[in-house]
Design a protein around this ligand. Structure first.
Ligand code: 5RP
Length: 219
């Protein structure tokens, strides 16, 4: 990644930090942009004491920053969730899962009152689908689900060698025309063997913070 790309991610992460305010507990996603957010959190004099995390990688980084990682089941109210994305539209619909953490990310997004997505401007698209759509599947259903995805016009590629934190496999689906993200998310969710579709359209982000060469823009 270029220094410029790093700077844009850094700007989006820093802007999200301002939303943390005096929160004692926050939700934290996964990826290089979120890593910058965690590193910035660690510098806050009054950082949140606790977090729920979407991956083992983020949990380890949070713990290293002195932030206790809680089980979502023990949390009754999650005000803020901050996460990155692989693609985002102006309507704040997303493709996520490039880092393989899509299932836990979708669970935390569903639990959170406010879902803030932090991206650099290279992630902005008019129509989702340039980035291959990650789909987490139960391992024994991998070829079954692949056939179903191919029947819908996609070219699923197994992310070979990757096992998710949930013990599952990932198919990266190329060439899908995502004209209606909500409808496609619902349809793919119904394929037997699919655990999670990396479309975040039924529950989009509430706020999109975009790091640019000039500063940040919000949607
Ligand atoms: C992980 C994700 C990430 O949010 C997404 O891949 C973006 O990552 P990065 O900030 O490294 O570009 O969905 O499953």
């Amino acid at each position: 990644m270029t220094a410029d790309g790093d700077t844009k991610k850094q700007r989006a992460a820093a802007a999200a930090l301002e939303l943390v305010a005096d929160a004692d507990l926050i939700g934290v996603g996964t990826g290089s942009t979120v890593n910058l957010f965690i590193d910035a959190l660690a510098q806050l004099p009054h950082r949140p004491r606790q977090a729920v995390s979407s991956s083992q990688a983020s949990s380890a980084r949070l713990a290293a920053a002195g932030i206790e990682v809680r089980d979502l089941n023990e949390v009754s109210d999650l005000g803020l969730y901050v996460d990155g994305a692989d693609e985002a539209t102006a309507a704040r619909q997303l493709i996520k899962g490039g880092g393989g953490a899509l299932t836990r990310e979708k669970i935390i997004a569903a639990a959170a009152r406010h879902f803030v997505c932090i991206v650099d401007d290279t992630k902005l698209v008019a129509t989702l689908g340039r980035f291959p759509l990650p789909v987490e599947v139960i391992p024994m259903a991998r070829t079954l689900v692949s056939r179903e995805l191919a029947a819908r016009g996609g070219r699923p590629l197994w992310r070979a060698g990757v096992v998710t934190d949930n013990g599952n496999h990932i198919l990266d689906v190329h060439g899908l025309a995502i004209a209606d993200p909500v409808a496609l998310e619902r349809e793919l969710n119904q394929i037997t063997g699919v655990v999670t579709v990396g479309l975040f359209a039924v529950r989009p982000a509430d706020l999109l913070i975009v790091g640019t060469a000039r500063g940040v823009e919000t949607r």
